[in-house]
Design a protein around this ligand. Structure first.
Ligand code: GAL
Length: 460
């Protein structure tokens, strides 16, 4: 058995559009995901988040399930369009009441709320009127929305995450067009990313300047897969480093070091917007902790232009900009997303962050896997997921032993949900959801994870 630090935060995570349902009910405005998922061909079987897990109506039962597991923290996101149906000015009181009740219920269950302000479901009006994240006004609109959330929930919420994975929102939403708003471009991702960083920083300034009396923490969650050099050659080592810079340092360097990585500036030229010197100062130091979503690992090799890049994310946008060739080891096991299970990559990822950003407090705000789970005689025997968690938690435990300041771990996800373009086909949950009856059933992995939380140690 391996033990974790006494104050280690154990949690589960979800996001609004993926679980809430009530997509156009109770005063909520449409989001870009409502629009995108309703366009034929954009999601698996044309599925949408219209009902999803109906968490909007079932949140009390869900919190009871979390309480049964002994979960100490719950990371969820607020749907901007439920708070502000058009993204600006007008406030939907029913939306405020919903999140207020959810937060109260969590506190009653002794579960600490970790709130993400933006998990990709931009109010559709902001897309139509302001060009979404390409619009220069977006950072201010986001900051104004964040202000409303701090004002109404900050008395009880002490852990804020401004944005979830701006890399995915920029690359998949503005580069490859496979996520909302479905745009395809080789330059727009960098403009959208630029506005995401400014939006994050502005929201943090409002929090620190207006709400410091609330005594909370605020940060950002970025995602990154590990990139292991394919060979020991200097070229491949540099390629792997470059790939990590284009992935994680794109967003983390401005926040921790004050500007974009040199490799990006050199390769992207004027496709990468520049921060003014005032903006650099405003952005630097705007994360109280390092939020990391981590799922997988790939080999990286220098691409001299003769090989075709083979990323799981396709060839669009950013990949060509890096001259990196990605590949998998055929011995690695794959999850239902075809993502490789490589726990040592997680440990290396944590060490890379620890070194590059000078030992920040790190929280893994998402880690998990999808498999083809089946409910048989009322049970789900998801041994593969259990093995996945064992491997990754072992990597986390070793990292902590080596002095890396990993402070918490949130499993993705609390329950099966709307997995974006993959619809309901990909199941990431610790709880199985029957999408006809909406009944939740704890999987074997949920029982195991619950024991880990309760004993603060694991047989890994
Ligand atoms: C993350 C995302 C989650 C979830 C997960 C599994 O990128 O934040 O919403 O979908 O991946 O694909």
């Amino acid at each position: 058995m391996k033990t974790f630090p006494d104050d280690f935060i154990w949690g589960t995570a979800t996001s609004s559009y993926q679980i809430e349902g009530a997509a156009l009910k109770s005063g909520k405005g449409p989001s870009i995901w409502d629009a995108f998922s309703n366009i034929p061909g954009k999601t698996h079987n044309g599925e949408t988040g219209e009902i999803a897990c109906d968490h909007y109506h079932k949140f009390k039962d869900d919190i009871q399930l979390m309480k049964n597991m002994g979960v100490k923290a719950y990371r969820f996101s607020i749907a901007w369009a439920r708070i502000m149906p058009t993204g600006k000015s007008i406030i939907n009181e029913e939306g405020i009441a919903f999140y207020s009740a959810l937060i109260d219920e969590l506190i009653k269950a002794d579960i600490v709320p970790w709130v993400t302000l933006y998990h990709w479901d931009l109010p559709l009006a902001l897309q139509l009127e302001d060009d979404g994240w390409l619009g220069a006004s977006l950072p201010d609109y986001f900051a104004a929305y964040a202000d409303v959330c701090f004002e109404h929930f900050g008395d009880r919420v002490k852990n804020w995450i401004t944005l979830n994975e701006p890399w995915v929102a920029s690359i998949l939403g503005y580069g490859q067009g496979v996520f909302a708003p479905g745009r395809v471009s080789t330059s727009e991702p960098y403009l959208a990313g630029h506005h995401f960083i400014l939006a994050h920083a502005k929201a943090v300034h409002i929090y620190r300047e207006k709400y410091s009396y609330q005594n909370g923490n605020i940060g950002i969650t970025n995602n990154c897969d590990w990139r292991e050099p394919l060979t020991n050659s200097e070229n491949d080592k540099q390629a792997a480093e470059r790939a990590l810079e284009f992935f994680l340092a794109w967003f983390a360097d401005p926040i921790y070091k004050g500007d974009y990585p040199k490799s990006m500036k050199e390769r992207l030229g004027n496709r990468l917007p520049e921060f003014t010197s005032e903006e650099k100062v405003m952005i630097q130091g705007t994360s109280d902790f390092f939020g990391l979503n981590h799922y997988t690992t790939m080999y990286a090799a220098h691409n001299d232009g003769t090989k075709k890049e083979q990323s799981v994310y396709g060839n669009g946008g950013i990949s060509e900009d890096q001259d990196v060739d990605l590949s998998l080891d055929e011995k690695w096991k794959l999850t239902g997303m075809n993502w490789a299970v490589v726990p040592w990559g997680c440990k290396k990822m944590l060490a890379w962050i620890d070194e590059r950003y000078h030992k920040p407090d790190i929280y893994i705000t998402e880690n998990g896997c999808a498999y083809n789970d089946e409910l048989v005689n009322g049970q789900v025997n998801d041994q593969e997921r259990l093995d996945f968690y064992k491997g990754y938690l072992k990597a986390c435990q070793e990292a902590i032993d080596e002095g890396i300041k990993l402070k918490g771990y949130f499993a993705w996800s609390f329950m099966d949900n709307f997995e974006w373009a993959s619809g309901y086909e990909k199941r990431f949950g610790l709880h199985y959801v029957d999408f006809n009856t909406l009944k939740r059933t704890p999987k074997k992995s949920a029982d195991w994870f619950s024991d880990v939380i309760k004993c603060n140690s694991a047989d890994i």
